[in-house]
Design a protein around this ligand. Structure first.
Ligand SMILES: Cc1cc2nc3c(=O)[nH]c(=O)nc-3n(C[C@H](O)[C@H](O)[C@H](O)COP(=O)(O)OP(=O)(O)OC[C@H]3O[C@@H](n4cnc5c(N)ncnc54)[C@H](O)[C@@H]3O)c2cc1C
Length: 415
């Protein structure tokens, strides 16, 4: 027997849920909205955890999605420190960790992702950190206060951003990674080398084509030992070894899971159960802008825009999610990369501008068609990249040459 009823139950308490709640209200939902989240904080912008908040430049309030009073003004009920522990999609009820039972009209699952943990010898030592929450960022900042040497395991977004932030805090950061070059998995070797050289030019040491073997120390970590035989002094370690979508609750509830490990959704972000939607890191949706492939993306802008699309569809608008995925990453105060795509594979890269001058857009093409673009300092090019990705047609050699020619008008390419 349900103890209470709501019209919209939003499960997760991260960005996707928060933006869904906002758009439900903005688009006229007048029913009860309940947002249930496990963390102690109201919804916040997780990217700050590796940037300004980690460096102590932001207060706890600054990363918040909205100020505290906004939630009550919007009549959105927020339950923090509360998990949804069971979901019955037939009876449309959810069990909460506070023992409440809630029946709902429509539900959104946006339970995000969990960090991938590395269970190697010594992993229980103190000062070995993961980074997903504001609380983790607090622990790292405190943990490195007296540290000199910090080792980052992983050369992707978390490893690179944290290395940059800790360098700005005066620490010596060392990255150990499986890749040859930082960030190369998403952007290829040439762009990866650009980012690595930038990090190295600011004093970050990078060891590629290697991996963690074990940690050593007495009580707290003192050394990182790699498979390649390196022994690196470490007063603290931050592991950024990727995440996996948190589909525990969805799976138990019987929702279909896709090949990418997320909750399988239609282009409307509706799961295999009518009236139950998914969004953000754990949502694997049919992407109409990519010809209907199944896509799951772990980035801020996608979670943000998913929240809006889910809200519109919860209100019965029947709209596909048509936003081209956009990612960004900030390396300290040295610059910001931006990307639209994503390209799963490509057979050609064309550069507009130059890596050497630190201002470029790298185009990723497959069979002559633009699949993605990465930029550093040339944000305006991304509008054209979005158009070309959606268009999907192969460009002829003259148009391809124009992509790489700073004197050519991008607006004329593909039109
Ligand atoms: C340190 C860091 C830096 C980042 N920087 C960038 C960046 O620069 N650019 C970029 O594009 N992206 C960045 N990202 C990624 C981006 O933050 C995520 O893609 C985004 O937060 C995903 O939002 P979400 O709402 O899907 O999930 P989340 O933000 O993960 O929120 C999901 C929430 O659901 C909660 N939850 C799970 N299960 C339950 C349950 N059963 N009941 C209740 N609550 C539950 C979780 O505890 C979590 O709080 C960064 C991520 C991190 C961790």
């Amino acid at each position: 027997m349900a103890t209470r009823n709501v019209d919209y139950l939003l499960i997760g308490g991260g960005l996707a849920c928060a933006n869904c709640a906002r758009w439900l209200r903005e688009e006229g939902a007048d029913g009860e909205i309940l947002l249930v989240g496990r963390e102690p904080d109201p919804p916040y912008n997780r990217p700050d955890c590796s940037k300004g908040y980690l460096r102590g430049e932001q207060t706890r309030a600054e990363p918040m999605f909205r100020p505290e009073e906004w939630w009550s003004q919007q009549k959105i009920e927020l339950l923090t420190r509360t998990s949804v522990v069971g979901l019955d999609v037939d009876s449309r009820t959810a069990r909460l960790s506070n023992k409440d039972e809630v029946s709902f009209g429509k539900a959104l699952l946006a339970t995000g992702a969990n960090v991938r943990r590395l269970n190697v010898s010594g992993c229980e030592l103190e000062q070995i950190h993961y980074l997903r929450t504001l609380g983790n960022a607090d622990a790292i900042r405190e943990g490195v206060a007296d540290a000199q040497e910090v080792v980052l395991i992983g050369g992707s977004y978390i490893g690179c951003e944290v290395a940059a932030s800790l360098t700005l805090l005066g620490k010596h950061a060392t990255i150990v990674m499986q890749e040859q070059a930082t960030l190369e998995r998403g952007f290829g070797q040439r762009a990866g080398r650009f980012f690595q050289e930038l990090l190295e030019s600011h004093g970050v040491q990078v060891h590629g084509a290697d991996e963690l073997e074990r940690f050593e120390g007495e009580g707290r970590v003192a050394r990182v030992i790699t498979r390649g035989g390196l022994e690196l002094a470490a007063d603290a370690v931050v592991i950024g070894a990727g995440v996996s979508p948190d589909v525990q609750l969805a799976q138990k509830a019987g929702l279909q899971i896709g090949e990418g490990g997320g909750v399988r959704c239609s282009s409307r972000l509706e799961s295999s159960v009518s009236g139950v939607f998914a969004a953000g890191d754990m949502c694997e949706y049919e992407s109409v802008v990519h010809g209907g492939i199944s896509l799951r993306v772990e980035h801020w802008d996608v979670a943000f825009n998913h929240g809006k699309t889910a809200a519109l569809n919860m209100l019965g608008r029947d709209v596909p999610h048509e936003v081209v995925p956009y990612f960004y990453s900030v390396l300290g105060d040295w610059g910001e990369l931006e990307y639209v795509g994503p390209a799963r594979e490509w057979d050609q890269e064309l550069v507009r501008g130059s890596f050497e001058d630190g201002s470029f857009t790298n185009w990723y093409l497959k069979d002559g068609a633009v699949k993605a673009a990465l930029t550093w300092g040339r944000s305006d090019d991304l509008e054209h990249a979005r158009r070309l990705i959606v268009d999907g047609r192969a460009l002829d050699p003259r148009q391809q040459a124009a992509l790489a020619d700073l004197d050519s008008d991008l607006a004329a390419v593909g039109s």
